[in-house]
Design a protein. Structure first.
Length: 187
C-alpha cells in the first residue's frame, strides 16, 4: 500500500536546531511531499505542485500543476494498479488523437532498482467524463498532452503516475516530473 508522508515539518524542526531561522525557513520552502512507492522506494513530488483531494477513490494521490504564464492547470494522479505495461500504454495512447509522428514517445530506464517507463503523448485528449470506467460522455480537448510513468518494483508491482492537461502546462512541468522519477530512492 502506498503512503504519503509530509516530512517537511519534522525535517525543518530537526534542521532548525542546527541551522539559523532563515536557513530553516528555506529548507521548509524546498521540501515537497514524499511519496512512498510500496515498501521499496520513495520520491518527492515537486514543491510547486499543489495537493488536491483525489476525484475518485482509486486515485491514491492527486496534485495540480500550473505553468507560470498559464491560468490552466494539469492534473497529476498517482495510484497502484495492475495489468501489463503494454496494455496500459496502449490504453493511454487510445485516449488521444495524436498530433503527428512525434506525438508518441516512450523510454525505459532503471532507477534505484525500479524499472521506470515514461510515455509522452500530444494531441487531442478524449476525456471520458466521470472517468474511463463510468461510461460517461467523451469531451475532446485539443492541444493537450500527457506524460505518464509506470514504475515497476522488484516484486512486479506497478505504480502509475500521469500528468494530463493543456500541452503548454504539461511541457512546463515535464522536467520536474522526470526529476521526481529520477530522484526515486530505494528504501
Amino acid at each position: 500500500m502506498l503512503r504519503i508522508a509530509v516530512v517537511a515539518g519534522a525535517a525543518v524542526m530537526l534542521m532548525g536546531a542546527s541551522l539559523g531561522s532563515a536557513q530553516a525557513d528555506e529548507a521548509k520552502a524546498d521540501a515537497g511531499v514524499t511519496i512512498e512507492v510500496f515498501d521499496t522506494g520513495r520520491m518527492v513530488a515537486p514543491k510547486q505542485w499543489k495537493t488536491v483531494q483525489p476525484k475518485i477513490s482509486m486515485i491514491q494521490y492527486e496534485f495540480s500543476a500550473a505553468a507560470t504564464d498559464q491560468d490552466e492547470t494539469a492534473r497529476i494522479t498517482m495510484m497502484s494498479a495492475t495489468g501489463s505495461i503494454e496494455a496500459n500504454i496502449e490504453r493511454w495512447k487510445g485516449q488521444f488523437r495524436l498530433a503527428g509522428d512525434e506525438a508518441f514517445k516512450t523510454e525505459t530506464e532503471t532507477v534505484a532498482g525500479h524499472t521506470v517507463h515514461i510515455v509522452d503523448l500530444v494531441g487531442t485528449f478524449k476525456e471520458t467524463m466521470g472517468g474511463p470506467f463510468a461510461g460517461g460522455r467523451v469531451v475532446e480537448r485539443e492541444d493537450y498532452a500527457m506524460v505518464g510513468s509506470i514504475v515497476v518494483d522488484s516484486k512486479d508491482r506497478k505504480f502509475f503516475i500521469k500528468m494530463t492537461g493543456p500541452a503548454a502546462v504539461v511541457k512546463a512541468n515535464r522536467d520536474a516530473f522526470v526529476a521526481m522519477l529520477k530522484g526515486l530512492e530505494k528504501k
